[in-house]
Design a protein around this ligand. Structure first.
Ligand code: KIV
Length: 262
């Protein structure tokens, strides 16, 4: 398992591989293959069919993080802090401490740049490892009026660089950069000394993260530009279920080898 020090030292070297997982079964398939498993609040959309991440709760995140920790015993695990659970110091410390006391996760992830830096600093000073998250931040979807790719103007790039620097200064060990123009993500990565993990941020970050159900082609509602399907999971499952239904109906399943008989 990669330690926090190893993750930090990977800056500028072989890119970090990060994938989300929400349950023990898939986590066990990803275990030891990737550097980090993220229990993302994206589970609210891809696993629970909600329109956004906003209604994910601490209870939901802890439930899924426990399951992921049970399935992946040898991979660094990060639990996303859901919307509204870290808006002041007391609340953030209480909820992030729950992640450590109720699960085996190694770190929490927090969305926000300059504005969230004081909370990140308070958590890291209380021995809670924090992964930052800047750029397009899904928890800001309503306040920002949608999902908007960032880093299109020089002014916005400079703002993002300030966000990244503030998150680094606050003690985060890495930062997710989501939905940012590739040249901007490259400049952000060059401006800080902790690894950046990109999603929809081009190839010049220090690592990549994808949501497992996007990457394996299970999520059918839409396919963002930055997603590659490494498997057509939904089609494979649907075809298999069609075959099962047909074989049950025409009595070709179960066959002799599946049958207890004398
Ligand atoms: O919730 C999530 O899965 C995330 C990743 C997209 C980085 O935050």
């Amino acid at each position: 398992m990669k330690t926090i020090t190893a993750i930090k030292n990977s800056k500028g070297k072989i890119p970090l591989t990060v994938i989300t997982a929400y349950d023990a079964l898939f986590a066990s398939l990803f275990d030891t293959k990737v550097d980090i498993i993220l229990v993302g609040d994206s589970l609210n959309m891809s696993f629970n069919a909600k329109p956004d991440t906003l209604s994910a709760s601490m209870e939901i995140m802890i439930y899924h993080t426990k399951a992921v920790c049970a399935g992946a015993k040898d991979t660094f695990i990060v639990c996303d802090m859901p919307f509204g659970t870290y808006t002041n110091d007391a609340m953030a410390l209480h909820n992030a401490s729950r992640v450590y006391s109720e699960t085996n996760a190694h770190a929490v992830k927090i969305e926000g740049g300059v504005g969230r830096a004081p909370i990140i600093k308070m958590l890291t000073q209380n021995s809670i490892a924090v992964m930052g998250h800047i750029g397009l931040m899904p928890q800001f979807v309503r306040s920002e009026g949608g999902y908007k790719v960032r880093g299109k103007s020089e002014e916005d790039i400079l703002e993002l660089i300030e966000d990244a620097k503030a998150v680094e200064r606050a003690g985060a060990f890495s930062i997710v950069i989501e939905g940012v123009m590739a040249d901007a993500a490259k400049r952000i990565s060059a401006a800080i000394s902790i690894p950046t993990i990109g999603i929809g941020a081009g190839v010049d970050t220090d690592g990549q993260v994808l949501v497992w159900s996007d990457m394996l082609g299970f999520f059918k509602a839409f396919k963002p530009k930055f997603v590659q399907h490494y498997l057509e999971g939904a089609k494979l499952v649907e075809d298999a279920v069609d075959t099962y239904v047909k074989e049950v109906q025409n009595r070709s399943f179960p066959r002799l080898e599946h049958t207890y008989s004398k």
